[in-house]
Design a protein around this ligand. Structure first.
Ligand code: PBG
Length: 320
């Protein structure tokens, strides 16, 4: 027989030699939830192995990630006080700002990405300001821009706007530039779907909308062309990195963005993807280690350069 593909599968060494896709810890981004208080390390019920950390505990966790070979984290702040305009998002002593400062002070050589959204900070749980039950676009942009500047002032290395208002990248880019932060890159959640897979995150961040849903700003899961349009608009507005989110249910979208645009692509393996794997693994129904590696490989193979994943430390340790 001339063609015997099995020749290249016969040993571990030869399989490694011909492997087309690899995961490396330096392209994994570890998402972390930070809350007010002291000595808090509260496990998130629907995300076993993930925690809400107070700032003092958070720095230890970031250090642990760094030791494991993870070089980037993304932060989500959970304030004690929420209001209609999400004012803690841009407060100088807001929870995210305090966390960024503490990490920068205590952990060396770590890239800190600040998620930029309002849903964790508003009492109604929507990602923007509300009037007559509607999420207002343009008034929200000003708050996002202000938030981005305060995150950069606190020491954030990258701003990651996730709120899906029209024009959010332009608003943040021009505010950062006007404040002397023209060197700070924007990782835009450009193609973000209105997804049921965010359920556990909303428990973790206490950000479930108190009325309605996010379909008026996040994308319809059925659409790919619209995702490419979102990505193109964000690039025009100055996005440096494009994100697709969630990841595994949207591999075709990752591939489409990869093929259309010559910029780095990020994919977010979201809380629901994590929870499903954990839940099945805890019951012994799947092999967690294998499934995690396989899911991340699939996301990379689809075209993602970097992956945001709650499994980051586990994977990095296994690869060490
Ligand atoms: C919005 C935001 C969300 C996630 C990241 N940024 C939630 C949402 O849009 O409802 C979800 C991440 C996850 O599920 O892991 N600030």
């Amino acid at each position: 027989m001339i063609n015997r593909p099995r020749r290249l599968r016969s040993t571990d060494a030869i399989r490694a030699l011909v492997r087309e896709t690899r995961i490396t810890p330096d392209q994994l981004i570890y998402p972390l939830f930070v809350c007010e208080g002291e000595g808090i390390r509260r496990e998130i019920e629907s995300m076993p192995g993930c925690f809400n950390f107070s700032v003092d505990e958070l720095t230890g966790e970031v250090d642990r990630a760094r030791q494991a070979g993870i070089r980037s984290v993304v932060l989500f702040g959970i304030p004690d006080h929420k209001d209609a305009a999400g004012s803690q998002a841009y407060a100088e002593d807001g929870i995210t700002q305090k966390a960024i400062r503490a990490i920068k002070r205590e952990v060396r050589d770590i890239l800190v990405i600040a998620d930029n959204c309002l849903c964790e900070y508003t009492d109604h749980g929507h990602c923007g300001v509300i009037k007559d039950g509607e999420v207002l676009n343009d008034p929200t942009l000003e708050i996002l821009a202000r938030t981005a500047v305060s995150q950069a002032e606190a020491g954030a290395d990258v701003i990651a706007p996730s709120n899906m208002m029209d024009g959010f990248v332009a608003a943040i880019r021009s505010a950062l530039d006007a404040s002397g932060f023209e060197h700070i890159p924007i990782m835009s959640y450009a193609v973000k779907y209105a997804s049921g897979f965010y359920g556990p995150f909303r428990e973790a961040a206490q950000s479930t909308p108190q009325f309605g849903d996010r379909r008026g700003y996040q994308m319809d899961p059925a659409n790919v062309r619209e995702g490419l349009k979102e990505a193109a608009l964000d690039l025009e507005q100055g996005a440096d990195i494009l994100m697709v989110k969630p990841a595994m249910p949207y591999l075709d979208v990752i591939r489409a963005v990869r093929e259309r645009f010559d910029v780095p692509v990020a994919a977010y393996q979201v809380s629901g993807e994590y929870a499903m794997i954990k839940a099945a693994a805890l019951r012994g129904w799947i092999d967690e280690e294998r499934v995690v590696a396989e899911s991340l490989t699939a996301i990379k193979r689809a075209g993602a350069d970097m992956i945001l994943t709650y499994f980051a430390i586990d994977i990095a340790k296994r690869m060490a």
